[in-house]
Write a protein that binds this ligand. Structure first.
Ligand code: MG
Length: 454
């Protein structure tokens, strides 16, 4: 049987993989595992949200858990409310940036941290074995509606005070930030134009994943209105993307690196956390502020975990999931947008100037065919070969695949999660450097794959 939980909780096609039966069991299993007395439940705008919510809530009530219903709010608002309302667990029904036919369940603990692999494995075991703690009929749970948006907005308004009236175009893409994000930016004094700010679980306006392609309308509106910035979120609002004042989509790695440098400057150094796939411009920018970078596996859950362990000042992934540990541990799109404006204000820069301080490196990707049953073995063995082939490497890590940092670039070799492929990612200071590393590494990986097949 396939694993139930991935790096972002349970995820799958609604009513095919993720059925009401399963949602009910997840509710029961988490309540049993967390010995939950109180839980918060929220959802994004997906069509299947209400069906799955009812089933999940039913499982929680049957275990005797008091359920606070937050309705449609962004994932970070749910995570923050879990902490603010003193709940033992928080549930977000969302498939994040995936197409509308998908849905999922993300689980958070009382400290706004996403469930770790260990938590998820324990819950998964409960689901499989059906070992649920059912309550006596006199102790069944009750539901109470709450205004999670209000509590979340209060936190954000306390965290960010803007002086300037920023001209902002905001694009929630019909997702969970549809009302909170424009309202928050307005409350902070921004002049807000909102696009696609009505809830619609079919995501008719654009793909829920913010990319240069899906944010073309936003870019055009920013340019036409002569606005200062364009801001977009994914379906559940834990990711943020920016368009600069010229209407150009801002590269995710560069906005992450620019903000990381700002966060380090504000705190007088410290640690920032990112994943193995992020550009080395994060190190370039962090080191210039006397800061240190820790790299984790891909998945925001790992970023949040390491931020907490290392007492880091900031962390994020180059998909726009940014974590601000002073406020809570869930990646937070709307709060990131507000803090980004504050950073521009403090630095006296436009978006293009702020991000323009970050060096642009060259990234190349290569897929090498390899049978599913051999790909993990091949990746595990490639590390030693690569170290010999690149003897001047500055860092070697197997936290996720094999990553070798070099003086003027880096390379990452990972087995594809779903396809019969080994993926090579290379970054270099220049195209020539990136090409050199790619050629050399590709040849070595191909040789390793051939050796495995013998
Ligand atoms: Mg998301």
């Amino acid at each position: 049987m396939a694993k139930l939980f991935g790096s972002s909780g349970v995820r799958g096609l609604a009513n095919v993989d993720l059925t009401p039966q399963l949602a009910c069991k997840v509710g029961l299993a988490v309540a049993t595992y967390a010995k939950a007395k109180k839980a918060v439940v929220a959802r994004d705008t997906r069509v299947s949200g209400s069906m799955l919510e009812d089933a999940l809530v039913s499982g929680l009530l049957s275990s005797g858990t008091e359920v606070l219903l937050a309705g449609i709010v962004p994932t970070p608002a749910l995570a923050y409310a879990t902490k603010a309302f003193g709940a033992d667990a928080g549930f977000m029904l969302t498939a994040s940036h995936n197409p509308p036919q998908y849905n999922g369940i993300k689980v958070f603990n009382c400290d706004s941290l996403s469930y770790t692999d260990e938590d998820q494995n324990a819950v998964e075991k409960n689901v499989r074995e059906g070992t649920f703690a059912l309550a006596d009929w006199r102790s069944l749970g009750k539901t109470t509606p709450i205004d999670a948006s209000q509590v979340y907005m209060e936190m954000a308004l306390k965290a960010v005070a803007l002086k300037r009236q920023w001209r902002v175009v905001v694009d929630p893409g019909c997702g969970a930030t549809f009302n909170v994000a424009p309202a928050m930016l307005k409350a902070m004094g921004c002049k807000v134009t909102a696009l696609n700010a009505h809830p619609d679980g079919y995501f008719p306006a654009r793909k829920s994943e913010p990319t240069a392609e899906s944010l073309k309308d936003l870019a055009n509106v920013v340019k036409t209105l002569g606005a200062d910035v364009g801001i977009a979120f994914d379906g559940d609002g834990d990711r943020v993307a920016f368009v600069d004042e010229r209407g150009s989509f801002v590269n995710f790695d560069r906005s992450l690196a620019a903000y990381a440098a700002y966060a380090l400057k504000r705190s007088g150094g410290g640690t920032v956390v990112t994943n193995v796939e992020a550009s080395m411009c994060v190190e370039t920018m962090a080191q210039a502020q006397g800061g240190k970078v820790i790299r984790t596996k891909v998945g925001d859950i790992y970023i949040s975990e390491v931020i907490k362990q290392s007492d880091a000042v900031f962390g994020g992934e180059p998909c726009g999931a940014w974590v601000h540990p002073r406020h809570h541990y869930c990646p937070d799109g709307p709060l990131s947008a507000a803090l980004f404006l504050k950073a521009l204000e403090d630095e006296g820069k436009s978006v293009s100037e702020f991000v323009g301080a970050v060096p642009e490196y060259i990234t190349l990707r290569e897929n090498i065919a390899c049978k599913n049953e051999l790909k993990h073995k091949a990746v595990a063995k490639i590390g030693a070969t690569l170290k010999t082939a690149f003897p001047d490497y500055t860092d070697f890590s197997t936290v996720d695949g094999v990553r070798l940092a070099l003086k003027n670039g880096w390379l990452l070799v990972r087995a594809s999660g779903t396809e019969p492929l080994i993926r090579l990612t290379v970054e270099g200071e220049s195209l020539a450097v990136a090409n050199d590393i790619t050629e050399k590494a590709t040849a070595l990986i191909k040789k390793q794959v051939e050796a495995e097949m013998k």
